[in-house]
Design a protein around this ligand. Structure first.
Ligand code: HSE
Length: 432
């Protein structure tokens, strides 16, 4: 074993960074044996220097992250600050000064992954980011390496723990969205500002990363259709239950049937209770990968939290250190396929539509005509009258698969009918 240690700069020492430091310290001997050289924490960049950080020598702590990234003797910089800046400039600085980078930064990778890959390649160093998607669950490496010989057609999963916790509570207690969010906040599952999670930005960034790797194509956050879960009501959950379904916030990346384009989207959807994703409870994540030769693979586990995220970070650190010793680099960006990313309107899916309608002759036929005019085939219809005919009726329609644009146009046309008093809920149906 080499005795001269590999030097690691830790950029950020919050929930994840402090766990990375802890694992590096407590498992130092094992890590050295696995890598073939000791690994030394050479500096830790923090925002608040006064805080006591257990296990980290005070002389390693600095507030000058830029100087640490530019030191020139760093083998691997671990970026766990998050967000776009200063993370982007720090990573670029580390590359320019010869360091490989391990990051958990999904937002940056989804916005600028290609530029980061290019910079890493230019400087002959590594960029690893397993922790950016679903924390401890191995997804990036299986897609990049284990499935490199296969053809992935679909990636479908729950990649945000906060929203899964909220939906799980709505499902199990009958609570509304706000009540469930309050509980998630009180238990520490939701951030003080939950926007990135509940509006689907976090999941969309992960979808962009997964789609890019799965389809060997550049996919950015802006390419991902995104709908959060703020509009999901207790009534939607109850409707789903009546259909033998539950509601999940799904990230879905698909290759078109003709193989010439791909799509990536995040939105709430009904899935049958019999689908394995329906039993993913609380803040857990789970992802299905469907590949031509491998078939259906499911990855499941904790998708957030300091220790699970640090597990993935340190795994990448080991890989980057091994490469460093061998004088090699791991796989770079694979975007050779350059498939176009189609808009949501071209996605073929199913809708569950719940309408409040007048309860009088011809209404059902009138609504059915609107579906037919838009080329949308109806799978099932369920009508339930209210206490008196003047109160109208509830009409629940589930469609067969159709382009999303046709389904949206159908709903718009239904809204325009005098006999349709309101559209109570619209939700896509997936996983069948
Ligand atoms: N906030 C994310 C979640 C974890 O709730 O899953 C970090 O991506």
């Amino acid at each position: 074993m080499r005795t001269r240690p590999l030097k690691v700069a830790l950029l950020g020492c919050g929930v994840v960074g402090s766990e990375v430091a802890r694992i590096m310290t407590t498992h130092a001997e094992d890590l050295a044996a696995r890598i073939g050289a000791p690994v030394e924490l050479a500096g830790v960049a923090v925002r608040r220097p006064g805080r006591v950080r257990e296990g980290i020598a005070p002389e390693l702590v600095t507030t000058d992250a830029a100087a640490l990234a530019a030191r020139g003797d760093i083998d691997v910089a671990v970026e766990v600050i998050g967000g776009i800046e200063p993370a982007r400039v720090l990573i670029t600085t580390a590359f320019e000064h010869g360091a490989s980078v391990v990051t958990a930064n999904k937002a940056l990778l989804a916005e600028d992954g290609s530029a980061l890959h290019e910079a890493a390649e230019k400087h002959g160093v590594d960029l690893y980011y397993e922790a950016s998607v679903a924390a401890a669950i191995p997804l990036v490496r299986p897609l990049r390496e284990s499935l490199a010989g296969d053809k992935v057609n679909r990636v479908l999963g729950i990649v945000n723990g906060t929203t899964n916790f909220i939906l799980d509570r709505m499902e199990s207690t009958g609570a509304g969205y706000t009540e469930a969010l309050d509980e998630a906040t009180a238990l520490g599952y939701a951030e003080a500002d939950p926007t990135a999670d509940v509006e689907g930005f976090d999941a969309a960034a992960k979808a962009a990363i997964l789609a890019g790797i799965a389809f060997h194509t550049r996919v950015r956050l802006d390419d991902v259709h995104r709908e959060g879960l703020t509009e999901v009501s207790a009534a939607d959950i109850a409707s789903a239950r009546r259909m033998g379904c539950t509601v999940k916030l799904l990230a879905i990346c698909e290759r078109a049937a003709d193989g010439r384009s791909v799509t990536a989207r995040v939105h709430p959807a009904m899935i049958p209770l019999s689908h394995p994703l329906a039993s993913v409870r609380e803040a857990y994540n789970a992802v299905f990968v469907e590949a031509e030769a491998a078939g259906r693979l499911m990855f499941y586990g904790p998708g957030a939290g300091g220790a699970p995220t640090a597990s993935a970070v340190v795994g990448d650190l080991v890989a980057a250190c091994r490469n460093r010793l061998n004088g090699s680099t791991g796989p770079g960006e694979s975007a050779y396929a350059q498939l176009p990313v189609s808009p949501m309107g071209e996605v073929v899916t199913r809708y569950h539509i719940s309408l409040d309608v007048a309860d009088k002759p011809g209404v059902l036929a009138q609504c059915a005509t609107v579906f037919a005019e838009h080329g949308v085939s109806i799978d099932t219809v369920r009508q339930q009258g209210k206490d008196s005919p003047e109160d109208g009726a509830s009409l629940v329609v589930v469609t067969h698969r159709a382009p999303d644009a046709a389904l949206s146009a159908t709903v718009e046309a239904l809204r325009g009918l005098d006999t349709v008093r309101g559209v109570a809920s619209i939700m896509r149906v997936e996983g069948e």
